[in-house]
Write a protein that binds this ligand. Structure first.
Ligand code: N7H
Length: 476
């Protein structure tokens, strides 16, 4: 059975956070000093068991109606293949994507870039174009709490001293958005609603919601892992691959597109038509209410109700599989989790392609100038994190085989639903950025996108080891 003491807290529960600092680092050449100092970090690594306790404390505090937030902090650590290799951990974890790293995958992911001497160079920030050995991320209720934790980490690895054992290559601070926008990503949509419920850990999902997945879809070495149990190195048990993406969002530009292209239905004002278009692109309204259950009008009570807001399967009526009346086939949430569509089309189960999404927003709220000029002036977006036991079934598959494929998931009458309007991308043919189905009354009308609104600027594939593996195998 799964022991919550052994698993890093972000994977199955998600570190509770208002803010989160990511420290991307390289390990110095004094690898043995690094590995011995790591023994001091291990006790600070937040387990799943600790997160469950922290969540109880947060719930009790809320009930007590005391002001402010409970002081809570969390810390997790993950390594890339180059980091494991640097430490001499060269046994084969059996994941081709992880071993090659994200930089080698950038072109295949569709990231924009240039090619010189047949070498692809993505438009990424420099830090991710060089080896990043690992990431330590620290979460908390406020910046002061996280800063205290950051200082502990810096002391452990002697950051700033001549014999520092880590060299920080990039630090990114993510912040949950303020007030009413809390939990909403920068385009304004409630996020973090649909994550797979894991057998042996989560309680049963509400009726109508997707079935539980086997733990091995997320955790290596558990039932449901696509690599036969027992054939990966034993220290990888209960670890998970962490795909990190540094995604910038062009919010005023996205808003302007919605403004200029409202869905025209009788009775809708232009403003309502624009909101409707946004919902058609995402598959949910800003409140979180899914189009499959609320096809014509937002239903904020539905969006906020965790017992109902994920209880759909694109099977609302028997004809729905071939109809886009309720939800476009290309809508972001339908592309990245087609739920029952896969069974209808191929008799296939979507379970092995589920990912657990964590991550947090970064960057400031829109300024008045940005609103007025409809042009991004400040970097903002999503620090995307997903967990899966096989990258080729999880993040890589969702991005390459679903979001970026205009033919997915074609069906009667609609052979090319188009790209995922939010994250779909093509670096070979930019004119591919289009979809059909945005207008429920004219489901074959094409809608062309003048640009991308989500711009990847880097990332890496990491491995988040179990706590016993950190203690007994990686630290020494
Ligand atoms: Fe997506 N968005 O605001 O439009 N995403 N996403 N995502 N996403 C989801 O259902 C968004 C990205 C998935 O189970 C919601 O929890 C943005 C990447 C998956 O029904 C919203 C960005 C990948 C789901 C957004 C972004 C995914 C999902 C609805 C980038 C993987 C669950 C909330 C800046 C390759 C689908 C919810 C399901 C949901 C948005 C990135 C995947 C609002 C802005 C890179 C699997």
């Amino acid at each position: 059975p799964i022991d919550p003491q052994n698993i890093q807290g972000d994977i199955l529960s998600g570190l509770p956070k208002k803010t989160e600092t990511y420290i991307f680092f390289q390990i110095s050449d004094d690898v043995s000093a690094f590995r011995s100092q790591l023994t001091h970090l291990v006790p600070l690594v937040t387990s799943t068991a600790q997160v469950l306790k922290d969540r109880d404390a947060i719930a009790n505090h809320k009930q007590s109606k005391k002001p402010g937030l409970v002081e809570i902090s969390g810390l997790n650590i993950a390594f890339s293949q180059s980091g494991l290799t640097k430490m001499g951990l060269t046994d084969d974890v059996q994941d081709a994507g992880f071993k090659a790293g994200m930089l080698a995958d950038a072109q295949a992911l569709g990231d924009a870039g240039t090619t010189a001497n047949s070498k692809f160079d993505p438009n990424w920030v420099p830090a991710f174009k060089n080896p990043v050995h690992g990431v330590i991320f620290l979460s908390g209720d406020c910046h002061a709490t996280v800063s205290k934790r950051v200082r502990q980490v810096e002391q452990i690895f002697k950051v700033g001293a001549h014999d520092a054992t880590i060299h920080e290559v990039l630090r990114i601070v993510g912040d949950v958005r303020p007030d009413k926008e809390s939990g909403h990503e920068h385009f304004g949509f409630l996020d973090g609603i649909s994550n797979p419920s894991v057998q042996g850990f989560d309680s049963a999902p509400p009726p109508g919601a997707p079935a539980q997945v086997q733990p091995g879809v997320i955790l290596l070495g558990r039932d449901g892992d696509s690599v036969p149990v027992g054939s990966r190195p034993s220290w990888t048990l209960d670890g998970s691959f962490l795909a990190f993406r540094y995604l910038f969002q062009l919010v005023p530009e996205f808003n302007e597109f919605l403004e200029k292209n409202p869905v025209q239905l009788p009775g809708l004002t232009p403003k309502e038509g624009s909101e409707f278009l946004g919902a058609r692109l995402v598959g949910r309204w800003k409140s979180g209410a899914p189009l499959d259950l609320a096809p014509l009008k937002d239903d904020p009570a539905l969006g906020a109700d965790s017992q109902r807001n994920n209880s759909f399967n694109y099977t609302a009526d028997s004809t729905d599989f071939t109809s886009q009346t309720r939800c476009p086939f290309a809508a972001h949430v339908r592309k990245t989790n087609p739920r029952n569509d896969l069974k209808q089309a191929f008799g296939a189960d979507v379970a092995k392609n589920r990912i657990i999404r964590r991550g947090v927003q970064f960057g400031p709220e829109l300024t008045e100038l940005e609103k007025k000029e409809k042009k991004t002036q400040n970097g903002r977006g999503l620090l995307f994190v997903s967990y899966q036991s096989t990258l080729a079934n999880g993040f890589q598959f969702l991005q390459k085989s679903w979001a970026n494929q205009e033919t997915f998931l074609g069906r009667a009458g609609v052979t090319k639903p188009g790209l995922d309007p939010i994250i779909g991308q093509s670096n070979t043919d930019p004119t591919l950025r289009e979809m059909v189905g945005s207008d429920p009354d004219h489901p074959t009308n094409q809608l062309k996108f003048p640009q991308e609104w989500v711009v990847p600027r880097g990332g890496e594939y990491f491995f988040s080891p179990s706590i016993p593996a950190l203690r007994d195998t990686i630290a020494e």
